[in-house]
Design a protein around this ligand. Structure first.
Ligand SMILES: [Ca+2]
Length: 216
């Protein structure tokens, strides 16, 4: 094939309509890169056994990327393990009242945990620091909880989270009046091609096979 024939082929094949379609299909996968799971939850909407507490697997937020997070409270300074959540301040952790010292979590997709945003902090005796662990292995340590609305990258992150495996969120320095409020986690779904990307590649394939048939 000569150069001029090449040019004609591409001019015909990659028309403006195809380009618009390809760009449109590609956008969702690009935008979907950073996903968020929010802890701004009204506990009344997830208290499935109506006992006034969030225990067991009642807290299973779904992130914007469709990832299901399964959270289970495992240690509180006062009384039995439970979550304290609110639609304004999110998840309360540290010490005192019903705030969590430790909880476990797992996901139904492989993800990378990138950063976390605090709703508020500044309790009387200070703000807790926390770690993310897989069993006894510390994946991320000494994360700060200071700031109102601040977003921080997880230390040693992004943290690779494998689907179905259990991880632990653990408060390191705790005390009756050391507590903060977590608003959300920012994550990205790893390795699996998203629908937008698959559609983009499929449309390119269709475009070239159709053009080939036309030339014959
Ligand atoms: Ca309950």
């Amino acid at each position: 094939m000569t150069i001029s024939k090449h040019k004609t082929f591409f001019r015909q094949a990659i028309s403006l309509n195809y380009l618009v379609l390809a760009v449109f299909l590609f956008i969702p996968s690009a935008v979907g890169f950073a996903d968020v799971v929010s802890f701004l939850v009204d506990p009344n909407t997830i208290d499935s056994n109506n006992d006034g507490f969030i225990t067991g697997d009642e807290f299973q937020p779904i992130g914007s990327g469709g990832t299901i997070f399964d959270f289970t409270p495992t240690n509180n300074l006062v009384s039995f393990p439970r979550f304290q959540l609110s639609s304004q301040r999110g998840l309360r952790y540290g010490g005192g009242g019903g705030s969590s010292l430790e909880f476990t979590f797992s996901t139904n997709q492989d993800i990378l945990l990138n950063s976390y945003t605090l709703a508020s902090s500044g309790s009387i005796l200070g703000d807790p620091t926390f770690a993310i662990k897989a069993g006894d292995t510390i994946l991320s340590n000494s994360n700060t909880s200071t700031g109102n609305g601040n977003t921080y990258s997880f230390n040693s992150g992004p943290i690779s989270i494998s689907s179905g495996q259990e991880y632990t969120f653990e408060v390191i320095n705790s005390g009756a009046a050391i507590q903060s409020y977590m608003d959300s986690w920012d994550y990205s779904v790893s390795a699996v091609p998203e629908p937008g990307g698959v559609l983009f590649l499929s449309s390119l394939y269709l475009l070239f096979t159709t053009s080939r048939r036309r030339r014959r």
